[in-house]
Design a protein around this ligand. Structure first.
Ligand SMILES: *[C@@H]1O[C@H](CO)[C@@H](O)[C@H](O)[C@H]1NC(C)=O
Ligand SMILES: *[C@@H]1O[C@H](CO)[C@@H](O)[C@H](O)[C@H]1NC(C)=O
Ligand SMILES: *[C@@H]1O[C@H](CO)[C@@H](O)[C@H](O)[C@H]1NC(C)=O
Length: 312
């Protein structure tokens, strides 16, 4: 029986590391509604974060965090983070007035303190990537400053929570911009419903990509990552057949790495000279990363997966 997994190949890593600033993707262009859409996109993420902390602080006590190995100030700092997210929500909702989107309903895969804190680090990192990716599309300079002001605080949250998890608080010299649909794909995994009659944002989610690294955290340059069901999804979408070359595209800082994937049987080795590190994002694409054949939303098969990668 054919495995529904796709494994990364051992060799032939191409990357666009040499000239990341020359790689301009169309998908960073402003959405049709311009700044209003972008602020609503930000609000959507802030609602999600607010709900996440609200639930987490209800579910777990200060003692629960201490018992799980976090220090005595951790709970108070989580409350502070929650207050920041509440403030971001009010700020954006007030700026948007009657154009503000309504809050969706969410479900988070949290079963204990550890999974809550791990997801917290991921969500804060995604927040950073979202604001960073959106920055260039914001037309109004005052909004850009406000977005930057939120972005730096999300980055501080991310560092703090990462450090509490004994992960590097600043794993790379550059943070990673993600485009609107990439972030929306990540957020959509937690959205269970929209308010009746709520206006939809002009973004779409890719079929989800689940990664199964053979070790966690993943160490750059070692062993394999399996993408569960990705092949079946791609075929079902008519985006891949047996002979379609598919690439795993890794986003890390301003670098993008393209690695051919195979069905199944080989392992992936990261480019040793400049390994992706930290919270690395992955999509599967039919683009190979050479010349102008770059990953875009149009040639993305599934995503976005997240891999926490340690320096070798
Ligand atoms: C809080 O607990 C509820 C009930 O167990 C669970 O459904 C939810 O996912 C949890 N949320 C968070 C963020 O901890
Ligand atoms: C893939 O990785 C596994 C586990 O690390 C190892 O046992 C296996 O030999 C590797 N296969 C190849 C083809 O490198
Ligand atoms: C990448 O794709 C381009 C355009 O389809 C093609 O010309 C080129 O040969 C491909 N390169 C590799 C290494 O597959």
């Amino acid at each position: 029986m054919r495995s529904s997994s796709i494994l990364l190949a051992a060799a032939a890593v191409t990357s666009t590391v040499a000239s990341p600033l020359l790689v301009k993707k169309s998908n960073f262009a402003a959405p049709p509604g311009g700044d209003i859409d972008i602020l609503n996109y930000a609000l959507t993420l802030e609602y999600l974060e607010r709900k996440f902390y609200q639930e987490g602080l209800q579910n777990f006590t200060s003692e629960d965090f201490c018992q799980a190995g976090f220090d005595a100030s951790f709970y108070a700092n989580l409350k502070e983070i929650y207050a920041d997210e509440q403030s971001h929500v009010s700020f954006l909702a007030t700026a948007l007035g009657d154009k503000a989107v309504q809050e969706a309903t969410y479900s988070f895969p949290v079963h204990d303190v550890k999974s809550f804190v791990s997801l917290s680090a991921i969500l804060e990192g995604v927040g950073v990537s979202a604001y960073l990716g959106a920055a260039a599309s914001i037309a109004n300079k005052a909004y850009l400053t406000a977005a930057g002001s939120i972005l730096t605080v999300e980055a501080r949250h991310a560092s703090y929570v990462r450090a509490a998890l004994k992960e590097s608080p600043f794993p790379k010299a550059y943070d990673t911009p993600l485009d609107f649909n990439q972030v929306y794909s990540l957020a959509a995994q937690f959205i269970t419903g929209f308010a009746p009659g709520a206006a939809a944002l002009p973004f779409m989610a890719f079929p989800p990509l689940s990664l199964r690294p053979s070790q966690y955290p993943y160490t750059a340059g070692r062993s394999s990552v399996t993408f569960d069901n990705a092949y079946a999804n791609a075929v079902a979408m008519g985006k891949a057949a047996m002979d379609t070359k598919v690439y795993a595209v890794f986003y890390s800082g301003l670098d993008t790495y393209y690695v051919p994937v195979y069905i199944p049987g080989f392992n992936y080795t990261m480019a040793p000279e400049a390994p992706p590190t930290g919270q690395v994002y992955v999509v599967l694409s039919t683009a190979n990363g050479t010349g102008t054949n770059l990953a875009t939303d149009e040639n993305t098969i599934s995503g976005v997966g997240i891999l926490e990668v340690l320096m070798k």
